[in-house]
Design a protein around this ligand. Structure first.
Ligand code: SF4
Length: 270
């Protein structure tokens, strides 16, 4: 069966990390599991009894968020068209357009993967419920996807990769997701086994340090075209924004950056 999205990849899995659309920074549903479980059950019960939201969402809770199945394993939007034969019931919450636009780096990376790596990564999540699947802290597959499609696809290729092994990779919870494009580039040169290197976080820090030193201090003015226009690859633009703390590049400047990166990579992993 083809997998179409990370939000609802299989009949057993669903993510609700971005729902409701108002959340404090760093919020993780998993931290409130017991109280939320009761609220999600109540919302499902009210929805099945025919109640619909009658006023705009206030605070961090939406009455449309509930268990999608009687077993209480999948959490999602009870008002979404996918759950209502195409009818969109989200209007009264006041956030239909915002909910419709909601996305995340993990979902965008997943969209760029071919079916075999999508299937492989979701196999690793098969035993999770929605609380664990959605949690960026508890689910290493989400952390992997945050690095971008190249790294996620490379990990999916690794023979014998298990969820336990992925959870134990020390670098995966420490590395900044913006370095995902660099990891993908290194993996393309050396092979996916690089991801199994316990020292990878330190290796990357040294490489970025060499690169920053080679390119010198940031100029006072950020000049030129926005990086997302200069570079077609959003993951590469994110990498350079992180490394250089710049959002723009002058004509020809990115070639200088690429040359410095190629030179810095020659010494990797030293
Ligand atoms: S956080 Fe990302 S993967 Fe999860 S439901 Fe939202 S857009 Fe989908």
């Amino acid at each position: 069966m083809a997998i179409h999205s990370l939000c609802s990849p299989t009949p057993e899995l669903a993510c609700f990390a971005c729902c409701p659309p108002l959340r404090p920074p760093g919020y993780d549903h998993l931290d409130y599991r017991s109280s939320l479980t009761r609220l999600l059950s109540e919302n499902r019960g009210a929805f099945l009894a025919g109640h619909r939201p009658s006023r705009v969402i206030q605070g961090f809770w939406c009455p449309g968020l509930g268990f999608l199945d009687p077993a209480g394993r999948r959490v999602g939007c009870l008002l979404h068209p996918a759950a209502n034969q195409g009818r969109d019931l989200r209007g009264p919450t006041g956030y239909r357009d915002k909910c419709h636009r909601e996305s995340c780096a993990e979902a965008r990376a997943f969209d760029q993967l071919a079916q075999p790596p999508r299937t492989r990564l979701m196999e690793l999540c098969a035993a999770m419920d929605s609380f664990v699947f959605s949690s960026r802290r508890a689910n290493p597959v989400m952390r992997l996807l945050a690095l971008g499609p190249a790294t996620a696809a490379a990990a999916a290729e690794l023979p014998g990769l298990s969820l336990a092994e992925l959870t134990a990779w020390p670098w995966l919870s420490r590395v900044d997701p913006a370095l995902g494009w660099l990891i993908g580039r290194l993996v393309a040169e050396t092979g996916p086994e690089l991801l199994r290197r316990p020292e990878l976080h330190g290796d990357l820090q040294r490489l970025v340090h060499r690169l920053r030193r080679a390119l010198g201090p940031r100029p006072p003015l950020d000049q030129g075209q926005p990086l997302h226009q200069v570079m077609a690859d959003q993951w590469q633009a994110r990498f350079w924004r992180y490394v250089l703390k710049r959002n723009r590049a002058l004509a020809g400047q990115t070639q200088t950056w690429q040359a410095a990166l190629a030179a810095a990579c020659q010494h990797f992993p030293a």
